[in-house]
Design a protein. Structure first.
Length: 265
């Protein structure tokens, strides 16, 4: 299977899962009928709330990577970024919902009181849904990391301080199960089983801090941990290593012979 098909399949799978969750949320809201919608016919409520749930997904889903990017660039706390971006994203979403509510028109201009009430209604539901997705993603991370299941005997010992220096640069929420490093300008994007984040460090310097981790620089801008490789994909003369979390690392042609000899393929 070639890389574009595989990437498309992974994106489609993620989209189907997310929209399925949003559909369930929309159905629940339709049955509850909040904010005075309980008097509307059930069929109308079902269509309206599921549609609004999908619309909210389109506005709020891009916030996660934006929070991660701003956190690294501006060194601001993630909690503050989440709160600020949710407050901002709710503004255009509220405006869109207001317009949709009065289609096909005419669309009246809201009073200040109407606008504030509509904004707060959307904010309450939108923020709640963001929290649900955050908890779901965090749950996945706990499954991978199993950090919460550690008994006192399994907790890190002073010997763990001998781990590769680069791992100390990663936030606790990323864990230490390193998958790959990807060069981005003067940064390195560290991919772990729990997520990805940027580290202000050149790739060549990061490679010098990976002593003890079995891996290789497979491309000018990629380093990959050997035990993270799940498969190999080929498209013509292009080769990519399939990694967890839908990540695919390109392999430079100049590295093919060496990696083949080392048993990577």
């Amino acid at each position: 299977m070639n890389q574009p098909q595989t990437a498309s399949a992974r994106i489609a799978r993620k989209l189907v899962i997310d929209l399925s969750v949003m559909t369930v949320i929309g159905l629940v809201l339709a049955m509850i009928g909040p904010f005075g919608t309980a008097t509307a016919p059930l069929a109308l409520r079902l269509v309206s709330w599921v549609g609004l749930a999908w619309l909210g997904y389109a506005f709020y889903r891009p916030l996660a990577p934006l929070v991660a990017w701003l956190h690294m660039r501006l060194e601001l706390p993630k909690v503050g970024l989440w709160i600020g971006l949710i407050l901002l994203a709710t503004m255009p979403l509220t405006a869109a919902i207001w317009v949709i509510e009065f289609l096909p028109g005419p669309i009246p201009a809201p009073t200040l009181e109407d606008a504030l009430l509509a904004y707060l209604n959307v904010l309450v539901i939108g923020a709640s849904i963001v929290v649900v997705f955050y908890l779901l993603e965090r749950g996945k991370g706990d499954t991978h990391g199993q950090a919460s299941a550690l008994s006192p005997a399994e907790k890190p010992t002073p010997q763990d301080d001998l781990r590769p220096a680069f791992l100390a640069r990663l936030s606790a929420e990323l864990g230490s199960d390193l998958i790959a490093l990807e060069m981005e300008d003067h940064y390195v994007r560290a991919h772990t089983m729990l997520g990805s984040d940027l580290v202000l460090l050149r790739l060549r310097d990061a490679l010098g801090e990976l002593d003890g981790i079995d891996g290789a620089q497979v491309h000018r801008s990629w380093w990959v941990a050997r035990d993270a490789v799940e498969g190999v994909e080929r498209e013509g003369r292009s080769v990519r290593l399939v990694l967890p979390r839908g990540i695919a690392a390109p392999v430079a042609r100049s590295r093919m012979a060496e990696l083949t000899k080392a048993g990577w393929f």
